[in-house]
Design a protein around this ligand. Sequence first.
Ligand SMILES: O=C(O)CCCC[C@@H]1SC[C@@H]2NC(=O)N[C@@H]21
Ligand code: NA
Length: 612
Amino acid sequence: MDPSDQKIFTVIDYVIFAVLLAASMGIGLYYALSGGRQRTTQEFLMADRSMGCLPVSLSLIASFQSAVAIIGVPAEIYTHGTQYWFIGCAYILGLLIPAHIFIPVFYRLRVSSAYQYLELRFSKAVRICGTLTFIFQMVIYMGVCVYTPAFALNAVTGFELWGTVLATGLVCTLYTTLGGLKAVIWTDVFQTVVMFAGQLAVIVVGVQKTGGVADVWRKVWEGNRISGLDLNPDPTERHTFWTLGVGGVFLMLSLYGVNQAQVQRYLSSRTEKEAVRSCYMVFPSLQLALALSCVMGLVMFARYCGEDHSDKLASSSRDAMVIYFVMDMLHGLPGLPGLFIACLFSAALSTISSAFNSLATVTMEDLIKPQYPAMTEARATLLSKVLAMSYGLLCLAMAYLTHLMGDSVLQVALKIFGMVGGPILGLFCLGMFFPWANSIGALVGLCVGLVVAFWLGIGSILTRSTRPLPLECSANVTIAIQTAFNNITLSQPSGLKRFYSLSYMWYSGFNCTTVILIGLIISFLTGPTKEEDVMPGTLYPLLGKLFCFLPEHLKKKLCCVTPLGQTLAAPQRQPSQHKEGNGLAFPQEDRSSLEERESFLPETLVEYETAV
Ligand SMILES: O=C(O)CCCC[C@@H]1SC[C@@H]2NC(=O)N[C@@H]21
Ligand code: NA
């Protein structure tokens, strides 16, 4: 079946796609005209901190589950087998650590942007560098997210490419600009449901058309697509339990721990407990999303293994082959191709809108407001909307740049997170877990971390070649080819080549560690910070918890838990400066939330608060 010539999309398919765009617009308009009508930045950027854990948890998933995962993961499973599924093991620590370390610290500082933390802990310069790094990361990532669905569809179905990119970009910019974070979160909820429905439809139809579950299982098993637990410790091995299960934890922390898009959702929760609960609720839904995309890849393999389809897709990549598979399964079933298109664009829209909104937030809170503190709410909100619009247009330009990247889109996205998200994670860990770290150490650490990350990333693009598994699905052929492959002992790269061949799944962990090490070394060289000079509430006594077996005097030196009774030197700030939202001082809190904070913050902080 060559889909490009057959009429795939009936009217109903276009209607379903149009309904998705209209529904998203409708939610955007609803929040533009209801509630506070998006008149304050607290509402536009923080949803009035009024959200419940269900919408927040679905929105957390939608933010980093885009068309890249919907297309890239099945392509990954089809090509390399189910090893990638072990990334699910990283979701355990990857969500527990944000829930019990990052969320409490951010929530109790009541900041609007994660990068305000960097000023409280270090200095304004560190905050600005962190913000600019985040903007860089999200703009590139948005480009990949806009481009992926449009390119893949165009390659297979002739679906109008730039018209789609424009329609997606404009609809998304509009409802994000009109409805603010409330609209983004509720459209994310709707779009996540559509995303799951679309993938489920493809799996059900695909299994049915490939001869049923037993047949599919036999083919993927004999096709050597069910990967065992690969405990190979070699860090240059692309996908093993270690690179995915452990390296993936750092990837998850860079996204669900310190990425502004997720931090903003945690901070938009009604209470800290709601925020922690929403983080817990991400786990089952994320596992479901991972399972759906992996099973889709297995069904696709079962359908095509042994047949040679490369002629039909000579030009396009494995990614486009996923769309070919979907259209091959769904054509002739009116409405289902449209449902999958809606699923693809739901995945893209929910990620892009989260990126727009978080970019507008940090630009306002971290770059503009501190320069113009006297700006009125009305002007600040208007400016936030203009920013959301301009980031929308910028991402369309980035979409074109994506055209030039080589790898599979999943690999491109994960490399971006590793190369840029890793150093940012390192910066926050340096601040939260190491009281001695000072601003110079943080700045130099971040810069060196980014330079090394890009040196490694670009080096790997220039030297990398992944070895796909053979596409045969009869056991003996596959094993024969497999052993032949293994017998070609690839000359083990040495020195710099070995450095370049580090698995991209280790980028987050490697770059995070670089920032921490360099940051600590420079801090010690330039005079480490004394723990009493550190702003209370910006440290988490991780070392104290890790080394709880140490004797008390050693622990005191190591882990910054200020013993009870010593009141901290109250930072030289007048109570009048306690302004909500600028994050530069602790806002006056009513007793209730103060009690809530008691459980976590070093006791002395409570004394400090009551003393002030
Ligand atoms: O889908 C994307 O846009 C990016 C690819 C997935 C990003 C990471 S992988 C681990 C975690 N699980 C997800 O579904 N997304 C993030
Ligand atoms: Na998404």
